[in-house]
Design a protein around this ligand. Structure first.
Ligand code: SF4
Length: 273
């Protein structure tokens, strides 16, 4: 793409901001309009969100955010639409259950909604199917077949593009499933969402944006299946973790896309074909 060309999402961002009436920062150069002060910095979101990327790949610009009131933000869904299914949504990064938005300031509830909503093309129209769900009592881990609900502090889950769901006892089984999906999945469609538990808070966090410390000591965590990567919503928590373990360095902190067959062999080699 040539310099100065605008992507489809860039255009939608512009249109959304203009449509919301929150376009002071963008339209101010046009002259004459009400210079509503919509650009903001220091909007109170944790640093991890400051220039984060949203579901639609747009990047958050902390100097060009609409106020929540300018886009009529609410913490409830509307008409089946909610932030977790919006292209501008930045999923939870610190395990507190809230996220952010690439065009609206402040922390954002995944169940929220505003007038700048744009359906994320990789999600469903209502976004609901891309949320984590309560683990069914009888759900077996898709990799090791243990009951996932028996491990409420460790279990994980995934959903595919056709809404097929998979549950796991631990992050080790979840990341193995991600790496060797063809062996364990009941569908050929892509994984559309994956959630793991933050090692500190034990809250479900977005596994696609989490940071994983490649723990290899089966005794350190006393976890189910005995060895699992340690997930964290915030990279600084992963850094703190590896700093306390002699055998790990920051080079052992990876994101979900790093999980391949070799890592699956490390964590669940006994279960692979
Ligand atoms: S619906 Fe939510 S994620 Fe989408 S633009 Fe509005 S606040 Fe941001």
């Amino acid at each position: 793409m040539g310099k100065g060309q605008m992507t489809a999402l860039d255009r939608r961002t512009m249109l959304a901001l203009l449509g919301s009436g929150a376009a002071g920062a963008l339209a101010g150069c046009g002259g004459g309009g009400d210079p509503t002060p919509t650009a903001t910095t220091g909007d109170g979101v944790p640093e991890a969100y400051r220039t984060a990327t949203g579901l639609g790949d747009g990047q958050r610009d902390p100097d060009a955010l609409a106020t929540q009131s300018a886009v009529n933000y609410q913490s409830e869904p509307q008409g089946g639409k909610q932030c977790s299914g919006c292209s501008y949504y930045v999923p939870d990064k610190n395990g507190d259950g809230l996220g952010a938005c690439t065009i609206v300031e402040g922390t954002i509830d995944p169940s929220g909604y505003c007038t700048s909503y744009v359906a994320h093309e990789g999600g469903t129209d209502d976004g609901a199917a891309r949320e984590a769900v309560a683990v069914p009592e009888d759900a077996r881990c898709a990799v090791c077949e243990m009951k996932a609900a028996n491990f409420p502090e460790w279990n994980a889950q995934a959903v595919h593009a056709d809404d097929t769901r998979a549950f796991f006892c631990t992050s080790g089984c979840a990341t193995t499933y991600y790496a060797v999906t063809e062996q364990f999945a009941e569908t050929d469609t892509d994984i559309a969402g994956l959630w793991v538990r933050d090692l500190n808070s034990r809250a479900l966090i977005d596994g696609t944006t989490a940071y994983y410390a490649l723990e290899t000591d089966a005794d350190r965590l006393e976890d189910p299946m005995r060895v699992n990567p340690a997930p964290f919503g915030a990279r600084e928590d992963a850094v703190t973790y590896v700093a306390e373990v002699d055998s790990l360095t920051e080079d052992d902190i990876v994101e979900l896309t790093a999980f391949d067959r070799a890592l699956a062999e490390r964590y669940r080699g006994q279960l692979l074909d």
